[in-house]
Design a protein around this ligand. Structure first.
Ligand code: URA
Length: 208
């Protein structure tokens, strides 16, 4: 897998279009976020080392494979929770950590107010950060997870900007990003344009 993988297939495109559509209700937004979460996760673990085993069928032994590493999904609160169900749909054994980051409205700096993760030594960690605007929160999350000994950290995102993605990659050698789309720009409030608006607000129905 390359450092950056963009899900540009039409099936992911349907989910992304629905998430972008301003008419999509929180109920349907959650549905499409979950579906896209599954697609991002499947692409992220394409190169996951596997563990071989054998399974007995009614007619004989068949080779079988499964994940060869512990997988840990880490949603960045609160928006990242929208992708977690979809990750578990395809990777049911994934453990879960949580990172709480809050963006200061004036400085735009991310402040970490919560961090709880299972042991990460040797694990493959999927950081769920739907919007890579400046890349600041995702990069902060990756640094914290790297410090815990993760073998591979992959950021799963829905929409980003070139600058956001580049910041995550430049500040964290070895990290990978799997994303739905890269949009052209940020507005003065650091929202992605055209983007999809505030992911957390749209997911949970909170007014913006
Ligand atoms: N966070 C969001 O929810 N949306 C953006 O466009 C940028 C950051």
């Amino acid at each position: 897998m390359n450092d950056v993988t963009i899900l540009d297939d039409p099936v992911a495109g349907v989910q992304l279009a629905a998430l972008r559509d301003e008419r999509t209700t929180p109920e349907h937004f959650r549905h499409h976020a979950r579906r896209l979460g599954s697609m991002l996760a499947l692409r992220a673990v394409e190169d996951l080392p596997s563990e071989d085993s054998t399974v007995r069928t009614p007619l004989g032994d068949a080779p079988a494979t499964g994940p060869g590493r512990t997988i840990v999904a880490v949603p960045v609160l609160r928006a990242g929770l929208g992708l977690l169900g979809g990750v578990h749909d395809v990777l049911p054994s994934a453990l879960v950590g949580m990172i709480g980051l809050e963006r200061d409205a004036e400085t735009f700096q991310a402040r970490r107010y919560y961090f709880k993760v299972p042991p990460l030594e040797g694990a493959w960690v999927l950081v769920l950060e739907p919007m890579l605007a400046t890349g600041g929160s995702a990069s902060d999350a990756v640094k914290a997870l790297d410090a815990e000994g993760a073998e591979q950290v992959i950021v799963l995102s829905v929409v980003g900007t070139e600058q956001g993605v580049q910041r995550v990659l430049n500040e964290n050698p070895g990290v990978k990003v799997v994303i739905g789309a890269i949009d052209p720009e940020l507005d003065d409030d650091r929202y992605i344009v055209p983007g999809l608006g505030d992911f957390g607000d749209r997911l949970f129905g909170t007014p913006h």
